[in-house]
Design a binder for this molecule. Structure first.
Ligand code: THU
Length: 157
């Protein structure tokens, strides 16, 4: 037996202003996307924004439903909207942010497993890394590729 480790590195920023102009803009778009959140059950509002290979930014927000599982997270709302409207373009980056009780959550929001899997597939489809930016009021985490938040990706496509 050999014991091995998977190590994950990421960049941490104190604020979006420290990031590149395009990442800064994507964080701002994710915050703007919060306005589209429909969360009458959880009152947990999530905004997401994806940047495409030509620079286009597409926003999404969580959409809840009385039949709970019929709702959808902000990340998949944004990715599926981008995939449907711009099928020829790749998703190069996604930013996510959450708001509760009127305030941006201090800790970065962690995408659910299903959203990570969907990110993984769009990354595989593009053949290039998709960066993942998790925005919190106190700190921002930037992962260079989806593998960093979903090790051992299933991408049998
Ligand atoms: N939610 C997201 O939209 N993205 C996440 O990363 C975590 C959870 C939504 C789903 C649901 O509408 C609400 O947050 C509470 O779970």
């Amino acid at each position: 037996m050999v014991r091995k480790e998977i190590r994950i590195g990421y960049e941490e920023y104190a604020s979006a202003g420290e990031m590149s102009p395009e990442d800064h803009a994507l964080c701002q778009a994710a915050v703007e996307a919060l306005e589209g959140s429909y969360a009458p059950y959880s009152h947990f509002h999530v905004g997401a924004a994806v940047r495409l290979s030509d620079g286009t930014v597409v926003k999404g927000a969580n959409q809840e439903n009385a039949a709970y599982p019929s709702g959808l997270c902000a990340e998949r709302t944004a990715m599926f909207a981008a995939g449907a409207a711009y099928p020829g373009l790749d998703i190069v980056s996604i930013a996510v942010v959450a708001r509760q009780d009127g305030r941006i959550c201090s800790d970065p929001v962690a995408p659910c497993g299903a959203c990570r899997q969907v990110m993984a597939q769009y990354q595989t489809k593009s053949g290039k890394p998709m960066s993942v930016i998790l925005v919190g009021a106190d700190r921002i985490m930037k992962f260079a590729r989806v593998d960093d938040i979903l090790p051992l990706i299933f991408d049998n496509i």
